[in-house]
Design a protein around this ligand. Structure first.
Ligand SMILES: NC(=O)c1ccc[n+]([C@@H]2O[C@H](COP(=O)([O-])OP(=O)(O)OC[C@H]3O[C@@H](n4cnc5c(N)ncnc54)[C@H](OP(=O)(O)O)[C@@H]3O)[C@@H](O)[C@H]2O)c1
Length: 337
């Protein structure tokens, strides 16, 4: 059978299950699929087309003969296993934060900087979900009229935290509707019917780690070392779909019409922008879709070179699994494996 031996590390998780779905949906050339998770899941079976594949416990020997690893089991697991997989000859597309800022690890969003993947040394990092959708929409504008400063406020779905968090939102919602008391486990506070301006630990400067990722990863992906990004990242009580209110300061003024024209031709972007007819993207609409949706494009009335917009994408697809599979497809198509 033609194709590549592919391993999914974290195959039973939110992102891992989406990897399996996307490989089938895109007819990815898989000759053999190895599903890896912790010892808790070993022995479970997963359907892949006509096959029933057994999940295996991840060990240092799991990667022998594997061509491509799609890793999404968290940073600590990636720290341990990704270098082992790369040393065994595989190329790892890693969804965790473990290697993103390493100078010799490409950090790739295919619509923006796929050429960077050419120079990999066995590990390619998939960026943070909130950064991916933002750069897909901002880079085409930046190429025409360089962006100096970005202010972004995010509205991020609980699926970004994993399947435990989705379960917690559902359970707490039922409990609150039944007049009960919701006990937080995954987050520091109740998430049902609430908002938490807290994603990942707070840093010494008062920003959260998620907020700092949006600065550093944007600079690396867009090759824009001087771009300024100030983010406020917020967890919202919805299951799938991240939304972002983005304000940009450009080098020169740009009309909303010009921005719409640029974005309507941009790869991976769909403009949905007719507010008077209630047309703008929502996370409910974006869930399960592949594109990054942009609407509410207008002048930022606080700055002569400013534009404001609303950017929405499925955080588990474009924000994680789809972006990684697109990278793997480009490796195969360009002979960069
Ligand atoms: N943009 C992005 O790239 C993006 C987006 C979302 C998440 N992520 C990353 O992906 C990671 C997973 O996210 P998720 O939402 O899929 O989380 P999840 O639903 O909690 O799934 C975690 C996965 O990791 C596996 N795992 C846990 N401990 C393991 C171990 N010791 N050895 C091997 N596998 C182990 C789990 O297997 P068991 O079922 O056996 O426990 C499960 O398959 C996150 O931690 C985050 O770093 C990245």
């Amino acid at each position: 059978m033609h194709g590549h031996r592919v391993a999914i590390l974290g195959a039973t998780g939110m992102v891992g299950r989406e990897f399996i779905k996307i490989l089938r949906q895109r007819a990815f050339p898989v000759s053999d699929l190895v599903l890896l998770a912790s010892d808790r899941s070993a022995g479970k079976t997963v359907t892949f087309g006509a096959q029933e594949i057994m999940v295996q416990e991840t060990t240092h020997e799991s990667f022998e003969g594997v061509d491509i690893v799609l890793a999404s089991a968290g940073a600590e697991i990636s720290q341990e296993f990704s270098p082992i997989a790369a040393a065994a000859g595989a190329v790892v597309v890693d969804n965790s934060r473990a290697f993103r800022m390493e100078p010799d690890v490409p950090l790739v969003v295919p619509e923006v900087n796929i050429e960077d993947a050419r120079n990999h040394h066995g590990i390619i990092a998939n960026p943070n979900c909130s950064t991916i959708q933002m750069v897909v929409a901002l880079n085409p504008i930046h190429l025409v009229n360089p962006i100096r400063r970005v202010i972004v406020d995010t509205y991020q779905a609980v699926s970004g935290t994993g399947s435990n968090a989705v379960d917690e939102l559902m359970e707490q919602s039922r409990t609150v509707l039944a007049d009960g008391k919701a006990e937080p486990k995954v987050y520091p506070h109740q998430i049902a019917f609430n908002l938490l301006p807290h994603l990942e630990p707070f840093q010494d400067n008062g920003d959260s780690r998620e907020e700092m990722k949006m600065l550093h990863e944007t600079r690396k992906i867009m090759h824009a070392p001087d771009i300024l990004v100030s983010a406020t990242t917020v967890r919202v009580p919805i299951s799938v779909g991240h939304s972002e209110a983005v304000h940009i300061e450009l080098t020169e003024p740009m009309t909303p019409e010009e921005a719409r024209e640029i974005l309507s031709k941009a790869p991976g972007v769909v403009v949905m922008d007719d507010p008077s007819n209630n047309i703008y993207p929502t996370p409910w609409f974006a869930a399960g879709r592949d594109e990054t949706f942009v609407g509410r494009i207008r002048k930022d009335i606080s700055h002569p070179n400013g534009l404001a917009m609303w950017i929405v994408a499925d955080n588990i697809r474009k924000g994680a699994a789809l972006n990684a599979v697109q990278i793997a497809e480009a490796l195969i198509q360009n002979g960069w494996l």
